[in-house]
Ligand binder design. Sequence first.
Ligand SMILES: [Zn+2]
Length: 301
Amino acid sequence: MPNTTDIIQNASRAGLVIPAFNVPYLPMIEPVIRAVVDCDCFALIATARLEWIKFESQGLRAVMEGFAKWEKPDHVRLHLDHVPVVDEDGLQVDYLRIIREAIELGYQSVMVDGSRLDLEGNIAATRQVVELAHSARISCEAELGAVLGHEAGPLPPYEELFNSGLGFTDVDEAKRMVAETGCDWLSVAIGNVHGAVSGALRDEKKVEAKLNLAHLQQLRDATGVPLVLHGGSGVRREYLLDAVKKGIAKVNVGTEIRQAYERALQASGSVGAAQQEVYERTCWLLRDYFGLAGTRSQITG
Ligand SMILES: [Zn+2]
């Protein structure tokens, strides 16, 4: 079987995208994997630090054990999403300890998020993690630019944010970042925003994000690596599909399936009903939104 680095490269070459589904609640793992298998797709199951701090994924080991129970190596891999160097609340994180633990537990790719540091700091932190990941022969994702939304408090008005290009990944910086760290994939900011995770905002419908595709093309040309789009929920479909043609090979999906789970659980009180809702939402995303049904063999070879 190809490793996750090859898988993302294959997707990139085939003009396809690999969705990474975040699982802030452990019962989401089973229906997401079932949907990926039933749609004959390939996807990553992902957990981020804030999902065990602010939600109920419980931690690296719990997610790994949940994944191992339902694992289908032809269809899914386990990815460690956002381990921030400085988190959404401004606190320093012992990111190396978390990433080392994930690698020991068998996570098949990792992400370090130094995007709240200056460029030099981001490069230095990312380079350390790339070395760790590569010595374990797994891939490392980095982030440059400000994909807003995880911080407490409301976003600035979206149109203003998009039109000003505030926080967008700088092309020259991206080129340096990839060259100097050796990261395998780069998460970029081109108009995408994260779903809110704090307080009452986490239940709100996300803004419909647009993407600056010309800027994306420049980033792809400058870096030469597969690019990652965070905040995949709520991006207008035509933008998303164009972005895949222009270099996005991995897209993170969190809010869309999290809110489906939470709403169904709240309405029914039944975890089984909430899982069914996640299954249906994930199938819809794979088939109708990303148009990926039946593409697995193009990706795994
Ligand atoms: Zn993200």
